[in-house]
Design a protein around this ligand. Structure first.
Ligand SMILES: [Fe+2]
Ligand SMILES: [Fe+2]
Length: 234
């Protein structure tokens, strides 16, 4: 598994975090967890979303012809799978089960499969931005000790994922004409707004339990998105 990886600009941060993770060990699952039912239902969906094998993304990254970037994408996928693993253990600690499938995840995966690397990264970045706001809400307002611990650990990775995607996107759109960049940015923003509204509706009860209203969730997540889009296109 990734035995040939030599630290490079893309993969270095992932390698450092992987080393840190094995040094820090896992949250204390045996402490158990008391989760609000709305948070359980919400986490079950996010757990499915975090658990993809990333095969299509890895293939797209491989086709880009940069070995270090490809290695970084593999490490990125492993990091997301670790989020899925922790969420499954958190749910288990709270006496809840994981789900195998959720419609929003399969729509996302299907859409991404139709696309090349840049468009796949644009869709993925929307999910990363949502994750940043979502886990922040859980970490700040979730209350339960294990939930807060897992959310903080996931966040610590997610804050690096957005710059990882935007850096590659910036490179990908470097030679795109100004009018095309403008149009792509507008379409991307409309897609992000649609996704964020759907997430706010679908996970509204869970974030409300954490003290964030649906409206506030949409506004603050869009703010993160706008900052992110500026990183790519400015
Ligand atoms: Fe994640
Ligand atoms: Fe992520």
């Amino acid at each position: 598994m990734g035995s040939q990886v030599e630290p490079g600009v893309w993969s270095e941060g992932f390698l450092l975090r992987a080393a840190q993770r094995s040094e820090n060990g896992d949250p204390q699952w045996s402490a158990g967890s008391e989760l609000d039912p709305a948070i359980v239902r919400s986490l079950q969906k996010f757990q499915v979303g975090e658990s993809g094998d990333g095969a299509h993304l890895i293939a797209n990254a491989a086709a880009a012809g940069d070995r270090d970037y490809e290695a970084a994408v593999r490490l990125f996928v492993a990091e997301e799978q670790n989020h899925a693993r922790m969420l499954a253990l958190l749910l288990d600690a709270g006496g809840a089960q994981t789900k195998r499938w959720h419609w929003s995840d399969s729509v996302f995966v299907r859409l991404r499969r139709l696309l090349g690397l840049r468009l796949e990264l644009m869709i993925l970045t929307i999910a990363e931005v949502v994750a940043l706001r979502y886990y922040r809400a859980l970490a700040d307002g979730g209350g339960d000790r294990l939930l807060v611990d897992v959310s903080e650990r996931i966040l610590a990775d997610e804050v690096h994922h957005v710059p990882f995607q935007t850096r590659r996107l910036r490179l990908g759109f470097r030679d795109t004409s100004a009018p095309a960049r403008f149009a792509i940015r507008q379409i991307w923003r409309a897609m992000a707004a649609a996704v964020i509204v759907v997430v706010a509706l679908d996970h509204g009860r869970a974030v409300c339990v954490c003290g964030v209203s649906r409206r506030e969730f949409v506004i603050t997540t869009m703010r993160i998105f706008d900052d992110t889009a500026a990183e790519v296109f400015s």
